[in-house]
Design a protein around this ligand. Structure first.
Ligand code: PMP
Length: 360
């Protein structure tokens, strides 16, 4: 078996250790006589799994006690609606538009109230993060929404978004658990699991208690945070297997990698290797303003579409898959989440150097 280096933006690579553990427990979890997939979500065995997953979240991100951790479904895209339905108490929210996902969050919120795009980086194809100062935001905005890491364009808030005292909501789909963040500075964080913490099907919401219980009248039961919080994410059947896989990934972060800060150091090392090469290459160029570069998603181009195509084709044949850029931007993108080993990045750079020699 030859596993490829998968540079997909998501779903993406999972730690091999977590996959092996899942494989070894596929037919029988513990001495339960059944797979986790077959287990009642109300069983003692499963209760222990979901509780452990939440405990690991709290420990790894040092989540304060006045925040709930919810395990939901519907992807980060469902949060684009759920956030305004639950948090737009007076009907106003401000948005920073730094890419397609940020824009979708803003446009969806506009269905529920006065959603204002306060700043945007659309003028330069979302290649930077706009400067933010508290006076840009409306004093009576119920919250400010940011996309902390922009998966498609490869930008990240490397300085904390300064929104003053407004509640800050962050989409961390493509950077959760890749860096330590001070959760207490956020009103809410949400993330689809399928990049850094598990398979698709699970969406994690970390929300401060005082923001729960304000859903607009007519909010469907399943879209009310209060219902999920009161029922320990068990109002209905949660995505049981995805939560179990997430637990295995978090165990890997804690036990094998030494925690989120240690993982972040490795992420910084991997990204530096890659950016240093891009900055020194005569053929490949990064597309993002250096100070706003993401550690997770690295878009790059040759400036020649034919050459880009050839690179994507030949890299795939060499075992480096999913390097094609997002369909909206073209070029290439290497997504190097937590589970991408350092040698995956080193080998890709070697391949790029060879490609450059051959075609330069
Ligand atoms: N936000 C960001 C930052 C994303 O990268 C994505 C998916 N790539 C989404 C939201 C949408 O997530 P989902 O597919 O889970 O709805």
């Amino acid at each position: 078996m030859a596993r490829v280096y998968n540079f997909s933006a998501g779903p993406s690579m999972l730690p091999e250790k977590a996959l092996q553990r899942a494989a070894s427990e596929m037919l029988e979890y513990g001495s339960s006589g059944q797979s986790v997939m077959e287990m009642s979500h109300r069983s003692k065995e499963y209760e222990a799994i979901i509780n452990e997953c939440e405990a690991l979240f709290r420990e790894l991100l040092e989540i304060p006690d006045n925040y709930k951790v919810l395990f939901l479904q519907g992807g980060a895209s469902t949060q684009f609606a759920m956030v305004p339905m639950n948090l737009m108490k007076t009907g106003k929210a401000d948005f920073v538009v730094t890419g397609q996902w940020a824009k979708k969050a803003w446009q969806e919120a506009a269905k529920f109230g006065d959603a204002k795009a306060v700043a945007s980086s659309a003028d330069k194809t979302f290649s930077y993060i706009p400067e933010l100062t508290p006076d840009m935001f409306r004093p009576d905005a119920d919250y400010v929404h940011v996309c902390y890491n922009n998966t498609i364009y490869g930008t990240h808030y490397n300085t904390f978004p300064n929104v003053g005292d407004r509640p800050l909501v962050a989409d961390m789909s493509s950077c959760i658990m890749s860096e330590k963040v001070d959760v207490s500075k956020f009103a809410m964080i949400y993330a689809g699991a399928q990049k850094n913490i598990g398979p698709a099907g699970l969406t994690v919401v970390i929300i401060r208690d005082d923001l729960i219980g304000n859903a607009k009248e007519g909010t469907p039961t399943m879209l009310d945070y209060k219902i999920h919080a009161e029922n320990g994410s068990m109002y209905n059947t949660p995505p049981t297997y995805s939560i179990y896989m997430c637990k295995l990934v978090l165990e890997w972060i804690k036990n094998d990698m030494g925690g989120v800060e240690a993982v972040n150091k490795i992420n910084q090392h991997k990204a530096k290797l890659f950016y240093d090469y891009l900055d020194s290459s005569a053929m490949f160029k990064g597309t993002v303003t250096p100070k706003d570069r993401s550690l997770m998603n690295i878009p790059f181009v040759t400036g020649n579409e034919e050459l880009d195509k050839l690179f994507v084709k030949e890299s795939k044949e060499a075992g480096f898959v999913n390097l094609k850029g997002h369909r909206s931007v073209g070029g290439m993108r290497a997504s190097i989440y937590n589970a991408m080993p350092v040698e995956g990045v080193e080998k890709l750079i070697e391949f790029m150097k060879e490609f450059e020699k051959k075609n330069g």
